[in-house]
Design a protein around this ligand. Structure first.
Ligand SMILES: NC(=O)C1=CN([C@@H]2O[C@H](COP(=O)(O)OP(=O)(O)OC[C@H]3O[C@@H](n4cnc5c(N)ncnc54)[C@H](OP(=O)(O)O)[C@@H]3O)[C@@H](O)[C@H]2O)C=CC1
Ligand SMILES: O=C(CO)COP(=O)(O)O
Ligand SMILES: [Zn+2]
Length: 351
């Protein structure tokens, strides 16, 4: 069903080597009146970028830094409360997807702006207005705040381990399935479907398929292509007003793996595995192409390579449809039987 929503896009995207130096300029634009700034970062990413941001801001405002250890709603709530107590007027997320999601949530809860400073090209939450947070039982995707600005310093991002770069490719490959699921839900359930947002998300997947060698080579040109595609996929979510163009059954499978065996593999790695599975279920022959590309660049294509047992992936596949029942996908309302899951995983070479 069509509904009214506001499309709020990032106002400014500063991308390239040394982009971090623009942080002062961006902060002034958000509001020269600002007093207190909150920086959300991670244990590793503090050393890589959080500290640099602190230094750039030190003469500017009062800065408070928080380390987000996980992507749970309770962590996000705790930091939100601290931000309120400290009268924070702007929050900056400096790190991977988890940290940026927490920053977006804090901005939403405190009705303030958020600036996204990605340090890894591992996810398409860089520009999206959503925060994927872990609840008590199931993960939720919460509409929070579109980052006012994105500062993507390719010098900093290029220091990310290769695994995080490949993970970004994996997250984008998932759009091949997400868009199919979205169309299916439109046809079968009358759900709103936006062709433009769908095409934009698809473009990011096609783009990484086309440029996988360049990205896989670890070149700066490849990195730039990947970061731009990740930002663009986030814009598709802004336009759609939901994560639909970017998240379908392949993401449900990844979320299910997070429940069955938390912390074992990266988000984009799991999504890529889910993409092979769901394309196969659709009878879409591109499952082989996706698997080949993954193998060529070094993205794991088996459960074992990602550290999962066959039982764990089977379990995840059979519960995936229960993760977000309101989001109709190829898995349907009843999901897969254990026998079907085993068969599919064997036929795709995943187990
Ligand atoms: N809201 C949205 O639209 C979207 C949200 N997501 C969410 O994003 C998360 C996945 O993001 P992802 O980045 O893969 O995972 P994380 O943010 O968990 O980062 C993974 C690890 O990489 C480390 N790291 C990040 N950057 C660097 C770097 N430059 N050098 C060294 N280490 C680094 C992190 O360190 P540290 O400990 O410092 O954090 C962390 O240990 C998931 O929670 C997923 O649900 C994904 C896609 C879209
Ligand atoms: O990871 C995402 C898009 O890549 C966001 O997805 P969810 O809405 O499933 O949390
Ligand atoms: Zn994702």
């Amino acid at each position: 069903m069509e509904s009214i929503h506001r499309i709020i896009l990032p106002s400014k995207v500063i991308i390239g080597p040394g982009a971090i130096k623009s942080i002062g300029e961006v902060i002034n634009e958000v509001a020269g009146r600002l007093k207190n700034i909150g920086v959300v970062t991670g244990e590793n990413t503090y050393r890589i970028g959080g500290r640099i941001v602190e230094e750039y801001l030190s003469g500017h405002s009062k800065v408070e830094t928080w380390i987000a250890g996980d992507a749970s709603i309770s962590t996000a709530e705790k930091i939100s409360l601290k931000a309120r107590e400290s009268n924070i007027g702007l929050v900056i997320g400096v790190g991977g997807g988890r940290v940026i999601d927490i920053a977006k949530y804090i901005a939403f809860k405190n009705n303030i702006d958020v600036v996204s400073v990605p340090l890894a090209p591992s996810h398409d939450g860089i520009a999206s207005p959503f925060a994927s947070l872990k609840g008590t039982s199931r993960p939720t995707s919460i509409y929070t705040r579109t980052p006012f600005a994105i500062i993507a310093d390719t010098d900093l991002i290029s220091t990310a381990p290769r695994r995080l770069i490949l993970s970004g490719v994996g997250d984008l490959l998932g759009k091949l399935v997400a868009v199919k699921d979205w169309r299916l839900a439109h046809k079968l359930k009358g759900e709103y479907y936006g062709e433009y947002a769908a095409q934009l998300a698809l473009l990011s997947a096609k783009h990484v398929l086309k440029y996988h060698e360049l990205i896989g080579s670890g070149s700066r040109e490849g990195l730039r292509i990947l970061v731009e595609a990740l930002i663009s996929s986030g814009v598709a979510m802004c336009i759609a007003g939901s994560s639909r163009p970017a998240s379908g059954s392949e993401h449900l499978f990844s979320h299910a793996l997070d429940l069955v065996a938390p912390g074992r593999a990266l988000h984009g790695e799991q999504v890529a595995l889910g993409t092979i599975i769901m394309l196969y279920i659709y009878g879409d022959s591109r499952w082989r192409l996706v698997r080949d590309v993954m193998q060529r660049i070094g993205l794991p294509t088996t459960a074992r390579d990602l550290g999962f047992s066959p039982e764990e992936v089977v379990k995840a596949l059979t519960i995936a449809h229960t993760i977000r029942p309101e989001r109709y996908t190829i898995l349907g309302e009843t999901g897969l039987t254990q026998e079907a899951a085993y068969r599919i995983l064997r036929e795709t070479g995943i187990i």
